[in-house]
Design a protein around this ligand. Structure first.
Ligand SMILES: [Zn+2]
Ligand SMILES: [Zn+2]
Ligand SMILES: [Zn+2]
Length: 157
């Protein structure tokens, strides 16, 4: 799995994981023998979260789920940034496809439903939306925004 992820992306992913690791974890999870998210044993197989002195680990199921969530988010986001139709706000089937692929990873990505970072409302399937990264207090968050009315209103300010 790691061959298809560039080192800098993996690094970015690790830094996002650091923010997402739950604040309260079991004693065994804090010792690295259980997954920080689902509490499954990581003795046989697990992924080091790479936090240096903190030995946190997660199980392969959570790792793959979160990696798929992140990889499909970036695919969708990077397409929008490079696509003339998307930048005009026109209907784009490539973007729709990438959004659908991303949406399919949400259940296992541990991230909850898609919510608009501007209005905090949930983004319904039929609503036009984009993947947007924004800088919060704790670093970059991978998020979403409704095109209408939220982004349009924001652009008009
Ligand atoms: Zn897990
Ligand atoms: Zn497009
Ligand atoms: Zn919104």
């Amino acid at each position: 799995m790691t061959e298809c992820v560039r080192p800098e992306e993996l690094q970015r992913w690790h830094s996002l994981v650091l923010m997402d690791a739950p604040a309260r974890i079991s004693l065994e999870a804090s010792a690295g023998v259980r997954c920080v998210w689902c509490d499954a044993s990581t003795r046989e197989a697990g992924v080091d979260l790479g936090l240096g002195h903190i030995p946190l680990r997660c199980c392969l199921t959570c790792y793959m789920g979160r990696l798929a969530w992140m990889a499909t988010w970036w695919d969708w986001h990077d397409h929008i940034a490079a696509c003339a139709a998307c930048l005009r706000g026109a209907t784009c089937y490539v973007a729709r496809g990438r959004r659908a692929l991303h949406a399919a990873t949400i259940a296992r990505g541990g991230s909850g439903p898609m919510c608009c970072h501007l209005c905090h409302g949930q983004v319904a399937d039929h609503e036009a939306a984009v993947a947007v990264a924004w800088s919060g207090q704790s670093g970059v968050r991978l998020s979403y925004a409704h095109i209408v009315p939220c982004l349009v209103r924001e652009a008009a300010r």
